[in-house]
Design a protein around this ligand. Structure first.
Ligand code: Z5A
Length: 215
């Protein structure tokens, strides 16, 4: 039986560089002979991708913040069952672009109680917590500037006001402070190469026993 893979999540506000850095980290690990699955939330399995379209399209929003948290958890439960757990069990490393900290930050900032969030997390994720969470920290205004002018236009969450966006940034920082064993904050204001380098240093340090040294 192969050794369980490692589970890494990237979190942070809009435009912080999560997708860019998730892809770069995956390439770097693959170059070291590690099997990697790159996935995302909401989504990451066929049924969860269907729910993603509803969530980002704003169709769930009229039901309220609790309902949105419930649907994110439903998508996550399927993502875990269909994609993440089988990959980890096969020894593949999983990198997820967003995971449960996004529910804590976004739906928490929208008023869902910590007790409810924790209950939903238990149902969707169980004991399969990430081994490492990289929180890409960037002022909300800078992130929005980076993604301004995308063809698709703003999604349901990008339309929220600046105050709400900053509240989420603080929520991510508070999560990191509360779980230093799992979370590391990465300054995302620097250029892409610099951020990638910082992430590689954290991954090497935290998960080093399983990574071969650089060629
Ligand atoms: N959501 C939620 O409410 N609850 C939940 O539980 C979950 C999610 C899981 C998903 O949107 C939305 O769902 C999200 C939270 C909510 N809210 N919003 N909006 P998404 O997946 O479509 O979008 P996103 O997660 O916010 O990703 P993003 O906007 O694409 O940003 P990103 O992945 O962090 O950034 P990027 O795509 O890598 O880069 C953005 C641009 O910046 C791009 O042009 C890059 O070339 C550029 N970039 C990247 N890095 C740099 C640096 N270092 N310097 C300069 N420019 C850079």
């Amino acid at each position: 039986m192969s050794e369980r893979g490692r589970f890494i999540t990237l979190e942070g506000g809009e435009g912080a560089g999560k997708s860019t850095q998730a892809a770069r980290l995956a390439d770097w690990l693959k170059a070291r002979g590690i099997a990697v699955l790159l996935t995302r939330e909401p989504g990451g399995s066929p049924k969860a991708e269907t729910l993603r379209a509803l969530l980002l399209g704003g169709q769930v929003a009229p039901f309220g913040a609790d309902a949105e948290a419930l649907v994110f958890a439903l998508a996550r439960a399927d993502h875990m069952a269909q994609t993440i757990r089988p990959a980890l069990a096969a020894g593949t490393w999983v990198i997820s672009d967003r995971f449960f900290d996004s529910t804590r930050a976004y739906q928490g900032a929208a008023g869902v109680s910590p007790e409810r969030l924790s209950e939903l997390e238990g149902i969707a994720v169980g004991d399969d917590r990430p081994d490492l969470t990289l929180i890409l920290d960037l002022p909300a205004a800078e992130g929005l500037e980076r993604i301004d002018g995308r063809d698709a236009g703003p999604d349901r969450f990008e339309r929220d006001d600046r105050h709400e966006q900053e509240a989420r940034r603080l929520a991510f920082l508070k999560i990191a402070e509360g779980e230093p064993g799992r979370c590391v904050v990465v300054d995302a204001r620097a250029g892409e190469d610099h951020v990638a380098e910082a992430i590689r240093a954290v991954v090497s340090e935290r998960l080093s026993p399983t990574i071969a040294p650089s060629p």
